[in-house]
Write a protein that binds this ligand. Structure first.
Ligand code: KIV
Length: 298
């Protein structure tokens, strides 16, 4: 992807969000916004609303592809959706989530896959789960900015024994603090804190230079991220308590689909105005032919 692809179109005053502008926001004590998106239409709306970062999360496995968890998501699926998002986004920073198994074998595999995201999908950074500090350094050597992710890390689902709030005991708090500081030192440009007590998130946020982006981590983080489908009521079933529903898109879609079905069945759709018409000359020629056929039959 060339540099020019990152420029906004004329008349579009939004500035390109970059690793440095994200870090600047923490220094200026301005809150950072991040949402997930997985396709062209939603990514475009999220970007046009001025959200700072768009995460093509592996949560797409659950909310778009219908898997039970994120474990089965593949590189090909992530690349496919990141490309669609990239085509839509002009201003926000696009971050691709490295799926389970794409960075767990060894550093060579991890770098190869991270570079694929940058080269083949136009991602500007990748996110990896857990405190893999050596890998973060290697990725930075390969010019790949990294977003860290600690706390409730969904790819550790089976190790954690379910989706459970993390960092509740003193030992667990100390572990989280250590991991956050180590990732900060390793050079992550931001750090997702998921499913941890707000007190712990506040301590980490005060301790590290990198911006913290909370999800179920309380209001004291430098920014917040949520899954777009959760805030739109498009995830079916219960959502965690940290999710706030900002719209009922499921309701809107259902109403529209019921209305379409009803109007097709009753003949109310399509109307005259929603139909194409023959040009007058063609209509006249058709009528002449029909008249001749009728005459021959008489
Ligand atoms: O996959 C995802 O959407 C995520 C965020 C919710 C942090 O990892």
């Amino acid at each position: 992807m060339s540099i020019t692809a990152f420029k906004n179109t004329p008349g579009d005053s939004r500035r390109k969000v970059t690793v440095s502008s994200i870090q600047q926001k923490k220094q200026n004590q301005q809150r950072i916004t991040c949402l997930t998106a997985y396709d062209y239409a939603t990514a475009r709306l999220v970007d046009e609303a001025g959200i700072d970062m768009i995460l093509v999360g592996d949560s797409l496995g659950m909310v778009v592809l219908g898997y039970d968890d994120t474990m089965a998501v593949t590189m090909d699926e992530m690349l496919h959706h990141t490309r669609a998002v990239r085509r839509a986004v002009k201003s926000a920073m696009v971050i691709a989530d490295m799926p389970y198994g794409s960075y767990h074998e060894d550093e060579t595999q991890a770098i190869k896959n991270a570079v694929r995201f940058m080269k083949e999908s136009g991602a500007e950074a990748v996110k990896i789960e857990a405190a893999r500090t050596e890998l973060v350094k290697r990725l930075l050597d390969a010019e790949v900015p990294v977003m860290g992710h600690i706390g409730l890390t969904p790819q550790s689902l089976h190790k954690m024994g379910g989706f459970k709030v993390q960092g509740k005991t003193l030992t667990a708090v100390e572990r989280l603090m250590k991991d956050a500081v180590a990732l900060d030192r390793a050079g992550v440009f931001s750090l997702v804190l998921e499913g941890i007590p707000r007190e712990v998130a506040a301590m980490i946020t005060a301790e590290v230079a990198t911006p913290t982006i909370g999800i179920g981590a309380g209001p004291d983080c430098d920014g917040q991220v949520l899954v777009l489908h959760d805030i739109l009521n498009l995830t079916f079933g219960d959502t965690p308590k940290f999710v706030r529903r900002y719209a009922d898109v499921a309701g809107l879609i259902s109403n529209a689909v019921y209305s379409f079905k009803n109007e097709v069945e009753t003949g109310a759709f399509p109307s005259e105005n929603e139909s194409y018409h023959l040009p007058k000359e063609t209509q006249a020629a058709l009528e002449t032919i029909s008249e001749r056929k009728r005459a021959m039959r008489r």
